[in-house]
Design a protein around this ligand. Structure first.
Ligand SMILES: Nc1nc2c(ncn2[C@@H]2O[C@H](COP(=O)(O)OP(=O)(O)OP(=O)(O)O)[C@@H](O)[C@H]2O)c(=O)[nH]1
Ligand SMILES: [Mg+2]
Ligand SMILES: [Zn+2]
Length: 292
């Protein structure tokens, strides 16, 4: 049975790359019943059908899995965030970061559209915060051709998924890195300062250097469905090692006395903004639990 990797999913079809050829495949009804559907990035076995299409029979176990964007087997999450149009939203960056951490992917941050100029001081502070934690940061502009070589090097040899809200320039980055793909890009609604959801499907593209990058539709809603309050702190790399020094086991770093994380916020070893976002996510998780 031929084997290959799903590189695109569109209108009920999965496009499987196998032996240098692209196969248009359907999936078995069984997957639907089990609520386990194939994802872009999956390695699959398929049967050839009489009409020259394929029929997916089985999916290999996944190394990683993301629900939003729906991608399997990516090892890097690239958080693509514009410095303007749409404006900087640190809360959203942190939300993407914790989701990537939970999925076991290595995240890094790309700030796009630096030719538009970021609000003074704000970008510098964010760069310092994230680099201080150990997250690499890349500054890019496709207009000024900046940072693209550095980004290309960071993607080299990895399977990377781009994530970010609509209009931050994900498809534009890929067009600049892989000129032959010519992905559709969209303008920004002046009135709303948001993108127009130009990319509609998930697609995996091969880099000439050997890595793969997954372009995805932009989104800004990420749910904490199924998360436990206790696990949240483990996805903040600067807070996680402190938990051992908190007085109480299973400290949520919220109202508990003698909490090492709160102590670190007071001494500014943990950035106040990150802690504020931690508390917002914690509240979101706790409220969700209450309604379950
Ligand atoms: N000034 C400037 N504009 C950019 C840059 N990169 C992208 N843009 C513009 O931003 C708009 C949105 O770009 P897209 O690449 O479509 O954004 P996207 O993230 O793929 O959006 P969705 O597919 O909707 O998720 C387009 O008008 C681009 O021309 C940049 O570096 N500088
Ligand atoms: Mg796009
Ligand atoms: Zn604590």
């Amino acid at each position: 049975m031929p084997e290959g990797r799903i590189v695109k999913s569109l209108s009920g079809y999965y496009y499987v790359k196998s032996g240098g050829q692209l196969w248009q495949c359907r999936a078995r009804g069984l997957f639907k019943k089990k609520q386990y559907s194939p994802l872009v990035g999956d390695w699959v076995h398929f049967d050839e059908t009489e009409n020259g299409e394929g029929y997916i029979q089985s999916i290999e176990p996944r190394k990683t899995e993301l629900v939003r964007p729906p991608v399997a087997n990516a090892d890097q999450a690239v958080i693509v965030h514009s410095v303007r149009e749409p404006d900087l939203q640190p809360l959203l960056i942190d939300k993407f970061l914790v989701h990537a951490e939970r999925a076991g992917m290595k995240p890094f941050i790309v700030f796009t559209k630096i030719d538009l100029g970021a609000p003074k001081g704000e970008l510098e502070e964010l760069i310092a915060v994230y680099e201080g934690i150990g997250y690499p940061v890349v500054l890019t502009s496709v207009v000024k051709n900046c940072g693209l070589e550095q980004l290309g090097q960071m993607l080299d040899g990895h399977i990377s998924v781009l994530a970010g809200q609509s209009g931050t320039g994900k498809s534009s980055l890929l067009n600049a890195l892989i000129p032959e793909v010519r992905l559709k890009t969209g303008d920004i609604s002046r009135k709303l300062g948001r993108g127009r959801h130009t990319t509609r499907h998930v697609e995996m593209l091969e880099l000439s250097t050997g890595g793969w990058v997954v372009d995805t539709p932009g989104f800004s809603r990420l749910s904490f469905d199924g998360w436990e309050a206790e696990e949240l702190g483990t996805y903040f790399p600067e807070m996680a090692p402190l938990a051992d020094q908190c007085k109480f086991r299973g400290c949520l770093h919220f109202r508990e006395p003698q909490c090492a994380v709160k102590g670190a916020v007071d001494t500014q070893t943990v950035h106040a903004l990150r802690y504020e976002h931690y508390l917002q996510f914690l509240t979101e998780i706790q409220e969700q639990r209450r309604y379950e």
